[in-house]
Design a protein around this ligand. Structure first.
Ligand SMILES: Cc1ncc(COP(=O)(O)O)c(C=O)c1O
Length: 295
């Protein structure tokens, strides 16, 4: 059984319990982070912690724990669990209050919870051909207006993902005001004529750590990129489409609403970017770079 962290204690995951009066349970009043871990190293941890602080500030919360204390919790979970590659889930809610009021109570003690789950082993470059291209649908984004906050209230995301599964697809690309923003748990990229395009950061999408890293990689390797809106109809005209996240990394999309994208196979720019990503992970394994993977 895996070891989790709850409010200062390391406990068996199945023994970790939170009172029903926790505002996370009653109101979905909390935020979270998901941090990938490769060869025991949290990947891009500083970016994840910075985003966690932004999400907390956006919901009028702060934490007594310093960044170093959060890093220690994550490091200890990695030590206590036997996974080489993993993802750490860190959730913070506003905590337990005896009365159920909508108003945010005076800041009391937040509930801090973290758990870790295994991720598949690092893919060899030769395995790129085994990566399945996703088939996706598009749908109106029915989420709220603050998708830049990594809030635990994910019901709309779950419904939109389920909509894809029920129509035989893998995921849903979300559309608001005619523009494609992201998918249910990943950011969106398209490639046209060799240029990587991703929607600009706004309150309608999450500032993905993987998104940021891919733009850094593109910059480092001289691949042109643009941050600009992507009208929904442009998806079908793209040579390539990718969905990116900390656990999916860079996932090629080969079908949108039954229209084949490019050749129907993961594209050459995807393959190049995938290789850059895997090479960095390999170097982490060899101890040549730190988990921050500074470029
Ligand atoms: C809605 C949404 N967009 C984008 C992402 C990608 O973010 P990251 O690359 O930091 O994992 C996620 C990750 O879970 C997400 O839930």
């Amino acid at each position: 059984m895996s070891v989790a962290y709850l409010n200062g204690h390391y406990v068996d995951l199945e023994q970790a319990k939170v009172p029903v009066l926790d505002r996370g349970f009653l109101f979905g009043d909390g935020i979270y982070e998901v941090i990938p871990v490769y060869a025991g190293n949290p990947f891009r941890l500083t970016s994840h912690i910075n985003r966690l602080r932004k999400s907390l500030a956006a919901i009028y919360m702060s934490l007594p724990q310093s960044d170093d204390e959060l890093k220690t919790i994550i490091g200890t979970l990695i030590e206590k669990n036997p996974y080489d590659n993993a993802s750490v889930y860190l959730q913070i809610t506003r905590g337990v209050y005896v009365e159920r009021h909508h108003d945010f109570p005076e800041q009391g003690e937040a509930t801090v919870f973290a758990m870790i789950s295994p991720l598949p082993p690092v893919q060899k470059l030769s395995q790129a051909t085994e990566i399945k291209g996703y088939s996706v649908i598009t749908a109106e984004d029915i989420r709220w207006q603050r998708c830049d906050i990594k809030a635990i209230t994910l019901l709309a995301n779950c419904m939109l993902k389920q909509k894809a599964l029920e129509s035989g697809a893998d995921d849903t690309i979300l559309v608001r005001n005619g523009e494609a923003s992201e998918a249910t748990s990943s950011n969106l990229f398209i490639v046209r004529d060799g240029v990587i395009i991703t929607p600009p950061l706004s309150e309608h999408l999450l500032a993905g750590v993987t998104r940021e890293f891919i733009l850094l990689l593109a910059n480092q390797h001289g691949i042109p990129y643009e941050e600009r809106p992507i009208p929904e109809h442009e998806l079908e005209l793209a040579d390539e489409i990718w969905l990116t996240s900390s656990t999916k990394e860079i996932r090629p999309v080969v079908k949108v609403n039954d229209v084949t994208i490019g050749s129907g196979q993961p594209g050459s720019v995807w393959r190049q970017m995938y290789e850059y990503y895997q090479v960095l992970k390999e170097r982490l394994y060899l101890g040549e770079i730190s988990g921050e993977a500074k470029l």
